[in-house]
Design a protein. Structure first.
Length: 277
């Protein structure tokens, strides 16, 4: 008899509407290719906890902001950890998977990240700026993000620690680095800062890759897909904007076909290693 193929539960919200991109198209493309190597079923994130016991692993992909199904996600996470369910990405990530605390931790440790604080007493640690970004600690996809003037800083309620404050950086462009496990796959950048999702391939320098790999190493995930989002600051240096380790959108449509194929090959190999197959 033929050897049984690994069974994957692929978690995605095909109806989620995102600004400037169609998440569902990416997952349709990815699953059509992954079916060549795995037995695969798709489900909505609200259904993952009930279904996951029937599969060899759960692959969390474009599942949308957790804020929209917080109770269901917390139940899924608790049950998966309790029952030893294999989840890809593993649930041990220290970055966006766990909220925005990592931005505070990285700031305090002196890493190249946009300076971030969450207490009124620490506002003077931020570099002077005309405008500041205020974002929820548990935010995602720019939900709840707002920009305030320097004069409005004193009126912010930072007593409950639910929001973070950063200087507004007049960056030249944003650039994202995509990794499978610890292996760099490709980079994309938005040449026009006002059009964040009009992405083009970017050839990183050795210094760029050293910057990105530093955060992948810091997070410590042995398996999975991660995206390092950065901005090119006025001084020319890169600063971390976000380390997405839960369900990073991959923008595969911005790549030539051969690079898309190479990514799927890398993801499939990673999943096989993860499963020990």
């Amino acid at each position: 008899m033929p050897e049984a193929r690994p069974r994957l539960l692929y978690v995605t919200d095909l109806a989620y509407e995102a600004r400037g991109r169609r998440y569902c198209d990416e997952d349709i493309r990815l699953t059509s290719r992954l079916r060549e190597d795995f037995d695969l079923a798709l489900c909505h994130p609200r259904d993952a906890a009930a279904l996951m016991g029937r599969f060899d692993a759960v692959v969390v992909r474009n599942s949308g902001p957790v804020l929209e199904y917080r109770a269901a996600y917390d139940d899924f996470r608790e049950r998966a950890l309790r029952d030893g369910v294999r989840v890809y990405n593993p649930l041990t990530g220290k970055a966006d998977m766990a909220g925005k605390q990592y931005l505070l931790d990285l700031t305090a440790a002196g890493h190249p990240v946009i300076p971030t604080v969450d207490r009124a007493a620490d506002l003077d640690r931020l570099p002077p700026a005309e405008r500041y970004v205020v974002k929820p600690r548990l935010g995602a996809d720019s939900i709840g993000l707002r920009i305030v003037s320097a004069g409005e800083l004193g009126g912010l309620d930072l007593s409950c620690g639910s929001v973070l404050v950063q200087p507004h950086i007049d960056f030249a462009y944003e650039v994202s680095f995509y990794f499978v496990d610890h292996d760099f796959q490709y980079a994309l950048h938005a040449p026009d800062p006002d059009r964040r999702w009009e992405l083009k391939p970017y050839e990183p320098t050795a210094e760029d890759l050293e910057f990105a790999r530093g955060f992948i190493a810091w997070n410590g995930l042995e398996h999975g897909i991660q995206r390092v989002d950065a901005c090119r600051a006025p001084g020319g240096e890169l600063l971390l904007v976000e380390l997405e380790d839960l369900n990073p959108y991959l923008s595969l449509e911005a790549l030539p076909r051969e690079r898309q194929d190479a990514f799927v090959t890398a993801m499939s190999a990673s999943l096989r290693r993860f499963l020990g197959a």
